[in-house]
Design a protein around this ligand. Structure first.
Ligand SMILES: [Zn+2]
Length: 201
């Protein structure tokens, strides 16, 4: 089932000018090879973008994330990123501000940042090939848990504490077709983990 692009939580967006311009440009720097590898892109037959990236801003849980439906763009800049200012996993609400509404998958990014203060950046990519190859081999979420839900937050925590996700920094999302997620202390580390998986040989 293609559930990309649907916001499952209650979203509160405060439109405003772009902030965190330098961080947005760093995201774009690492997004480029991910886009070229088609780990971020668009399901053309459905016209739905996929894949998103984020970077932590400060110590209070803020993060800058790609805006909703930007997956198809070959190049992004600060106008395509949204600052998530508050995320309540239990109440299923997300607040964001900036020139664009946050990605529909902001809730899952927030759940990953909540796992550890050492997690500084996150990549969520789609690849049918990598998904099939690594399903059940890398830490893998329960297929019954839908992406972007409060249950997914609990499932990621289980993988992080019990299934080695804290060491691998990369997981397969069984309940989200083609979906994988990687993280690291920096965007370079998060992106490199995903790109290494996709490298032939
Ligand atoms: Zn996805």
């Amino acid at each position: 089932m293609l559930d990309e692009g649907y916001i499952k939580y209650e979203s509160h967006w405060t439109p405003g000018p772009a902030s965190h311009v330098t961080a947005a440009r760093d995201l774009e720097f690492w997004r480029r090879p991910l886009y070229e590898a088609q780990l971020i892109g668009e399901y053309k037959e459905h016209g739905i973008g996929y894949g998103n990236i984020s970077v932590r801003r400060g110590s209070s849980g803020l993060f800058l994330i790609s805006g909703t439906q930007t997956g198809h763009l070959p190049v992004t800049d600060e106008r395509h990123y949204s600052l998530v200012t508050d995320c309540d996993i239990r109440a299923n609400t997300v607040r964001c501000s900036g020139p664009i509404q946050a990605s529909s998958e902001a809730m899952t990014h927030a759940a990953i940042y909540a796992l550890s203060g050492t997690i500084g950046a996150i990549v969520h990519a789609h690849s049918a090939e990598l998904w099939q190859r690594h399903l059940g081999k890398l830490p893998t979420t329960d297929a019954d848990v839908a992406y972007g839900t409060p249950e997914m937050a609990q499932e990621l925590e289980r993988l992080y504490r019990m299934e080695g996700l804290c060491d691998s920094g990369i997981a397969v999302l069984a309940g989200h077709d083609d979906g994988l997620v990687s993280f690291g202390t920096t965007m370079e580390e998060a992106a490199t983990r995903m790109l290494n998986l996709a490298r032939p040989g």
